[in-house]
Structures are given as C-alpha cells and as structure tokens.
Write a protein that binds this ligand. Structure first.
Ligand code: HEM
Length: 510
C-alpha cells in the first residue's frame, strides 16, 4: 500500500515516466510527422505555405473540437460501475437485469447540474442529474433520474418555457430570479419542487452523498404481459450530505469543480461509492386510490401506502479514460428500455421519450448509439443504416424486412404490454392536481432550523424580484402549502400576508 502511495505521489509530482523510445507523432492518416514545431515557410522571411498539410489539418481539426453542449445538464461527470440484483423479480418484470439473485450488469452513470453551462460551478442550487445506463443482456436500459424525487412541472409542453425562464436572459445573458419566478408564479404545481430545491437538499455536498430517483412512474411488465406501476429510488450508501448557502459560496471560491474533483479522488483512491436501489410497486387498479394522481411527477408516493422493496445495489469503480469520448458523448434517454420496463402515461415522461433521442441526433450525430459508450453489449440487428459517421452496417444485400431470407424476424413474446383506454382526445389539465399538500408535508417534516434556512434561501432570490404581483403570487403559493411557511416568507420579503392570500385566492383549495 505504501509503495502504491509513493508511486502515486511520484507520478503526481513529476508526471508519468518518460518512454525510452517513443513512437513518432503521426498525421491522422498514420504518416510520421517530421516536425510539429515549425510551419513550412517560403524561406527565412516569407509567408507560411498552404501546402503544409499537417499545419492546415491540425488547425482545421482543432476548429471542430466542440460539439454542442447538452441543452440542459451540460455540466457533469461520469463513472463506470456494476449493478447487482438482490433477487428474482420475474413475477413483476421480465427485465433480465432482475432475473436472479447476484446477477451482475455493467453500467455507466453520469452526474450533472441542470441549468448552468459546461464549465459552471458545481455548488449551485439546482437539482442534480443522476442518469444510469445499464448494459443489460437484453439491451440497454437508461434510467435518467435526478437527485430529488419530484419535478417542477407535469406536462412536457411547459419544459421549454421553464428552461427558458431559468437559463440566462436573452438580453443580458444573466440568470434572473425576476424571470423564473414570473414563470413559476403561474404554475402552482411547482410549489413542491421549489420547496425541496430551496431546502438544504438543493445543494448536495458532492455527487457521492446524494440519493437518486427515477421521478416518474414507469411500468414493470412480466412475461404474461401483466403490468404494475413502479417508482425507482437509489439511496446513497455514503449517506446524504448538503451544503448551506454559505458553505456553497465558500466551496465555489475554493474549487468550482469540487464535485468532479471528489469523484475522481474517491474512485481513484479505491473508495468506491455505492447506492441501494428500491422500487415502489402500485397495482393499476389503485391508481384512483389517492388524493392526487400517482402518474403526476410533482408527487411522491407515500411510503406507508406504497412501501419500497429493495431490489439491488450498484457500485461505481472506474473513471473513464477519456472525458469527451465517454462522458461527453454518453447519451441517456428515458425511451431506452429493455423488455419488461415500459413508460407510464405520465405526460412529462411521454414528452421526454421524444426529446432525448432527438437532441442526441443533433448533439452527437445520427449514429450516436454505435459509439462504444452508448452501444448495447448485445448484438444489434436491424436495418437502420448509413448517415454521418456510420460503421458496422449489414454485409448482406437484404437491408429490409420481411424477406424470404428471414435474416431477422418479429419476436412475438416481446410485444409491448396492452392497457385499457377510455374517453375522448382532449387538451385539459389532469384531474386531482393537489398542488400544495405534499409541499406542506415536506415543510412540516423539517426541523425549525431547516425551515429557517429554507425561508432564508427562498427570500434571497425572491427579494431580487421587482414586480410586486409576482412576489405576492409566489408567497401565496407557499402560504397555501403551509401557513407558517408563507407567513415567515412574507415577512422576509416584505409582502403583506393579505396581499399574498388575495393573489392566489382562486387557488385557495388544497
Ligand atoms: C438531459 C429534456 C425532464 C433528467 C436532458 C436533455 C434534454 C432533456 C433535451 C439533454 C440530453 C442530451 O443532450 O443528451 C427534458 C425534457 C423534460 C425533462 C423535455 C420534460 C419534459 C427531466 C426530468 C428528469 C430529467 C423529469 C429527471 C427525472 C435529465 C438528466 C439529464 C437530462 C439526468 C442528463 C443526462 C446525461 O447525463 O447525459 N433533458 N428533460 N429531465 N435530463 Fe431531462
């Protein structure tokens, strides 16, 4: 052990050992480069010659080193790991990852912040992305979750508006609470998520000491085609640790990429972080048994009514060899699901099913699923072909189906599950919005000091809002959630409680 740390110290201080006889630097096409130090010029005093192909290629290649950053979740870091199933869940799902006790599945995980750009500080108040990619033996499964159990909105049609309001202003390029509170003051369903984001949970101390949640309901489908609704949670085995606003400011000053530093250091030192996964399982016949809609992602499912079952554990044990190739080009999508796991009818999730693969064809390129980081570890056999950066197409003349050659065929046991439908097509809000009860319950569960920090954090941003109507509406939402919460906030931001109540009078019912 001592020798290992000595070795590590030597490498850190002096860099890697020098190769005795290094190979020549080459062009992209494999030819040795005579000099990488001086451009080819017309004599000692003349201009640089266009014929210096190595120089021109080097500059042109450099000019194209960036791809667009993710439109959200741009700042992040990833690691490889392995998931181990605790048992056989075949009565619930045919997903092979849960087929037997001790079954291991390799995975890649990417952590992120949401709103700020690729190089931004990692101690911002923001949900943390926690995306899991399992390379299962029946195809990939992407569980693209966050560290909080709920979300701001419930319909994908509001996502671009929400992100526009949270991103920097198109005028000043600065994030501005005037803009995002203007937006949220019209969306009472955001009260629960805003309460969690402005609580201590809003700034996790690092990526290891936070939980993860799938947020939406998904479907587990067994081999008989029977389905149940499920919610996923993975609990940090390192415990949960958060930063106060003051600690976050100090951390940003000391190391603005502290969470990435922490992950590389922990895994590099052999301290492999682990999470235990559990699922809550809901029978479709119980969908109407709550005061809220269980397919609404602004809600948690109460543990006393839908208890969690522990289903497995994962450990992260290796950092990528190359950040761009692996972490940056990693593409997670809620639509990537193996047999046995399907989307629910959650309206937010339904929009996500389209958005991710769409942005990835633009961000990475149409053949992004063939890159080693994204490629399934099972054989992929279809007639999708060609397109930019393509490799590995069929060698056969049959690139269509059906064909008399039957090179591929339908696999009837893998038909998607069937679900009953009623009603007419419509563009209406969900029934049972119940926007405030769970926000109030979250507040009630906080100790007095945590309640005060929540109010202080919220007030720091709300006090920047100039429009009194927006301020009053926001305070009104928190007031409807919990009287003490709204009253304390009203005092902290100089809003009269009566004005806050009046601003949301139409929302008064919980
Ligand atoms: C990333 C859209 C809601 C978690 C992204 C990306 C898009 C997007 C376009 C960039 C993907 C890429 O470039 O590879 C949406 C839409 C949503 C939504 C349209 C709602 C309708 C959510 C929710 C969660 C979530 C509810 C958590 C449960 C993530 C994560 C990433 C991400 C973790 C980063 C994935 C990675 O590390 O590469 N989202 N999102 N998003 N989203 Fe969402």
């Amino acid at each position: 052990m001592k020798t290992r740390s000595l070795l590590l110290a030597t490498v850190l201080l002096s860099g890697p050992a020098l190769a005795a006889n290094p190979p020549p630097l080459t062009t992209d096409t494999g030819s040795a480069v005579g000099t990488n130090q001086n451009s080819k010029t017309a004599g000692a005093h003349g201009g640089v010659l266009l014929e210096d192909f190595h120089l021109i290629e080097k500059l042109a290649r450099f000019d194209r080193e960036r791809i667009p950053e993710r439109v959200v979740h741009a700042r992040g870091t990833g690691a490889y790991g392995v998931f181990e199933s605790y048992g056989n869940l075949s009565h619930l799902t045919r997903a092979s990852i849960f087929a037997s006790k001790g079954k291991k599945t390799p995975m890649f995980v990417r952590f992120s912040t949401v709103i700020h750009p690729a190089g931004s500080p990692e101690a911002m108040r923001d949900p943390r992305g926690f995306a899991l990619k399992f390379y299962t033996d029946e195809g990939n499964w992407d569980l693209v979750g966050n560290h909080l159990p709920i979300f701001f909105i419930r319909d994908a049609i509001k996502f671009p508006d929400m992100v526009h309001s949270l991103k920097p202003s198109p005028y000043s390029n600065k994030q501005d609470p005037n803009r995002f509170f203007d937006f949220f003051s019209h969306l009472p369903e955001s009260t629960h998520m805003l309460t969690q984001v402005y609580s201590d949970l809003g700034v996790p101390a690092n990526y290891r000491q936070m939980d993860g949640h799938g947020v939406h309901a998904f479907k587990f489908v067994n081999a008989k085609g029977e389905y149940r609704y499920v919610k996923f949670k993975w609990a940090s085995q390192q415990g949960v640790k958060n930063l106060t606003a003051e600690e976050a400011a100090r951390t940003t000053g000391e190391d603005h990429q502290h969470a990435t530093t922490d992950l590389y250091a922990s895994i590099g030192a052999g301290k492999f972080p682990a999470w235990e996964m559990s699922v809550q399982v809901l029978d479709p016949k119980d969908l109407d048994a709550f005061t809220f809609n269980p397919l609404d992602p602004t809600k948690v499912w109460p543990e006393d009514k839908v208890p969690s079952i522990k289903v497995g554990r994962f450990v992260l044990n290796k950092m990528p060899d190359n950040f761009f190739e692996e972490t940056e080009q990693a593409a997670f999508s809620p639509g990537v699901q193996p047999p046995g796991i399907e989307p629910s009818e959650d309206r937010l999730l339904q929009g996500r099913l389209f958005s991710y693969a769409d942005t990835q064809r633009y961000r990475v390129g149409v053949n992004y699923q063939s890159l080693p980081i994204n490629r399934a570890r099972t054989s992929v056999s279809n007639n999708n072909q060609a397109g930019g950066m393509n490799s590995g197409n069929t060698k056969s003349t049959v690139n269509y189906e059906p064909s008399i050659t039957r090179e591929t065929q339908d696999a009837a046991p893998y038909l998607l599950s069937r679900a009953p439908l009623t009603g007419t097509t419509q563009q209406q809000p969900i029934e049972k919005t119940d926007n405030f009860t769970q926000a109030g319950a979250f507040y009630t569960a906080l100790d007095p000091a945590a309640r005060d920090r929540l109010v202080k954090n919220l007030a720091a941003d709300l006090n920047q809002v100039r429009d009194a109507r927006v301020k009053a509406r926001m305070v009104g939402h928190f007031y409807v959630a919990h009287t003490e919460y709204g009253t304390k906030l009203a005092h902290a931001v100089g809003v009269k409680v009566d004005d806050a109540r009046a601003a949301v009078a139409t929302l008064a019912s919980r």
